[in-house]
Design a protein around this ligand. Sequence first.
Ligand code: HEM
Length: 444
Amino acid sequence: APLRRPQGLLEFLKTVRANPLATWMEAHFTAPLVAAEGVLGRITVVSEPALIRHVLVENAGAYRKDDLQRRVLAPGLGEGLLTAEGEAWRLQRRTLAPIFSARTVRGFEAAMNAAGERLARRLVRRAGTRIDVAQEMTRVTLDVLERTIFTNGPQNDPDALARAITRFLESVGPIDPLDVFGVPDFVPRIGRLRARPAIRYFAEIVEALIARRRAVMAAGEAPQDLLTLLLAAQDPETGEGLSDLDVSANIVTFIAAGHETTANALTWALYCLSQDPAALARLEAEVEAAADAEGRFAIERLPFAKAVIEEALRLFPPAAILSRQALKEDRLGRVKVPRGSVVMVSPYVLHRHRALWEDPAAFVPERFLGAAREAIPRFAYLPFGAGPRVCIGQSFSLQEAVIVLAHVVRAVRLALPADHPPVIPVQRVTVRPQHGLRMDAMRR
Ligand code: HEM
């Protein structure tokens, strides 16, 4: 594969800050592997399913998550499942796995429907106006997390928590060049200093919640939400529970990992549907038929809605890069991976790779139905990653996105205004539309 032209430092930093998606070149979308010497050393980008399987699964022990993600995320998230490494991660993963079992996720159906109904009511009220779709989707995914993690929110004031979460998330700024170059943590970062009050405020709210919930659990009256499940979780090997610090870090982690990602999946799905009347008509028919007497939904009755979400996740994968650092030397086919160098799998590149997808830029939900679905190689489609560090919230977020989508589609029809700026994907923390997404809502 062609070697990439080494970029100048300034050019590199500018592009990474503006939109990392713009750094992909033609070769990435056609070659199985592209190795390049950049300013940060060797980076190997892999898009061949068997080689990806090797890195993420078969030889996963020879890699760790690349340190940049950790440096960027850990100050806000603490040592939760997303940022922990080694033995600390293994212990947490074992302990947390049952919390996201199919049965528990199924149990959250009512909460997801309640959040979907609330959103639908708001959209119907605002029919005839222009709606900030990206913002509404962020709101509904936060609502789902609040209902599933805390049931009622702190002091029965869900908005207090929403405010704290929003402040906290807004305080997480763009990637700091000091982090990119691994400057040690004792060197202060302006962004981090700015974020500190919001992080501390949020941590205090969560600590208070944990203390109160422990008391309620002792009295045997706790709701079956994620907070109770986290506090009751036990390591299947040692029987030990999580410390309050671990519980708190994972609550923050679930919120950070689970809200903007799912919100973007929904935003992109609604955008794609607005460009494809046939798919929208098919979805509307499915949704009408699937609603129960109370107007609630279950994912099993919405196969086409699920295909729409999966296709949106293919074109616009919210997590655009899986990045690993080689702990020892490895080989990918004939290419040597030096110890310490970075191997990347980009779901964005992979999902648009011309050797793997027919007409990759087209929105075709039917790819994810029936026999066509079965024909997709497992390692050609990785919106949730793969291997030991695969997304623990995968079925949670699919169920959530499908149910919320159904509520939106049943409530209103959304049209992209003619004067909307171009809807282009940009990678900030997740992949979102560069200029947001505002659409005209019409009552159905
Ligand atoms: C990990 C994507 C929703 C919690 C991951 C990874 C990806 C991903 C790609 C693996 C990263 C890597 O290997 O480097 C997504 C997408 C979502 C989504 C696209 C929505 C559409 C959620 C939700 C939650 C969640 C709803 C929790 C409620 C996590 C956690 C990890 C993770 C805790 C770390 C797992 C570990 O390292 O053991 N996610 N995620 N995610 N995700 Fe998600």
